[in-house]
Write a new protein. Structure first.
Length: 103
């Protein structure tokens, strides 16, 4: 059984026991969060009806908060001497899926 959940502005495919990285969420390590399900697949049946998914809860535990890998952004214009370098590291939260209930 697996579910597609909306977490941190993205959709993620999860099963029980998976660890996923999502955009920074509120909560301290050890806290439990509930993620809204978009689609659930269980024993060959696909559930995507909004009324049926209203009863489905995907619970996850906050493992830690960390920062992603650094990306480097370089802007350059030829023959004008224009160069700008910028870096970015995304703030992330690691979640461990503990249960998919109500299927």
């Amino acid at each position: 059984m697996y579910a597609i959940v909306r977490a941190g502005g993205h959709q993620e495919k999860v099963t029980v026991g998976d660890e996923i990285d999502v955009n920074r969420m509120a909560g301290a390590p050890g806290d439990t969060v509930t993620l809204p399900a978009v689609l659930v697949v269980s024993e060959g049946t696909v559930t995507s009806d909004a009324d049926a998914l209203a009863g489905v809860t995907v619970s996850a535990e906050v493992v830690d908060h960390h920062r992603g890998e650094k990306i480097r952004i370089l802007r350059y214009k030829n023959k004008t001497g224009y160069r700008r370098r910028q870096g970015h590291r995304q703030e992330l939260t690691r979640l461990r899926v503990t249960g998919i209930e109500g299927v």
